[in-house]
Write a new protein. Structure first.
Length: 268
């Protein structure tokens, strides 16, 4: 360490030792996980992370089926924001994450489903009868938006910048269900992801820009530097297969153009 009257910091040699120590911990964790997998993947612990919306609309129904098929696997759920999930995967705090594409190297991923960005429209709005809503249609509306830490908000913000639209933001919230209630009461147009469970009776339309639905792709991911036990691999495979039968927002495929596509990646 280099010490002064005001601070203590690592020397260049200390930084090198810290980096090598972290690399060694990754190897140790991989050996531990590999040892647990020797039983054939029938028993083990799996840490899985996702957003509150993913836990509610994707993992809750999937886990009911998964746990009946694999009673020896204890699945521990971790809730966090979509962007933070990737960091938790890289840090080894979760083994499998449900995140937003794109993902950085060395994280591996498999495509799950497209997530559309939806407008929840007040009954009295001029947009109430629309099947889809153009980005320009939102320019004169009072918008009820998620906070800037949400992927939905960041994508919407980027689209507005490209289109040179300066939206009128009536509210920013961390609670999407709050936005739904306010929109239904006529206080503005709420913008939420299609992974949110939507109560019946709401007027909902995908947001479209230049014949593409505004949105992103949801993926299942894991860190390729760390050993993913057999039951973790099986979890990812079964989740992908489960999503092929149906996913949140699938009903909008019939009325809106697709979300811009991505190429899938393989399992280890």
């Amino acid at each position: 360490f280099e010490r002064s009257s005001r601070q203590v910091r690592l020397t260049a040699e200390g930084e090198d030792l810290l980096r090598r120590s972290r690399d060694a911990l990754v190897v140790v964790e991989a050996l531990r996980d590999r040892a647990h997998s020797l039983g054939g993947g029938r028993v083990g612990i799996l840490r899985v992370g996702g957003t509150p919306q993913i836990l509610e609309s994707v993992l809750s129904p999937f886990l009911s089926r998964y746990r009946r098929a694999h009673p020896g696997i204890e699945v521990q759920l971790v809730e966090s924001g979509a962007l933070r999930i990737l960091r938790l995967v890289e840090e080894g705090k979760i083994q499998v994450g449900i995140a937003v594409h794109p993902v950085p190297e060395p994280v591996h991923w498999r495509t799950l489903f497209p997530t559309r960005i939806l407008a929840v429209i007040p009954p009295s709005s001029r947009l109430a009868r629309r099947r889809t809503v153009g980005l320009g249609d939102l320019a004169t509306e009072s918008l009820l938006l998620l906070q800037s830490t949400f992927a939905t908000r960041q994508i919407l913000h980027s689209a507005f910048q490209v289109a040179r639209i300066h939206p009128h933001i009536a509210l920013e919230s961390s609670d999407p269900h709050c936005l739904l209630t306010l929109a239904d009461a006529g206080h503005g147009v709420a913008v939420v992801p299609s992974t949110l469970l939507l109560p019946r009776g709401l007027r909902v339309a995908p947001i479209v820009d230049e014949n593409v639905s505004l949105g992103f792709w949801t993926v299942v991911c894991w860190d390729s530097r760390r050993f993913l036990p057999r039951h973790g691999q099986r979890f990812a495979v079964e989740l992908v297969e489960h999503m092929r039968r149906g996913y949140p927002g699938k009903q909008f495929d019939r009325i809106a153009p697709p979300v811009r596509g991505i190429d899938g990646a393989g399992l280890p």
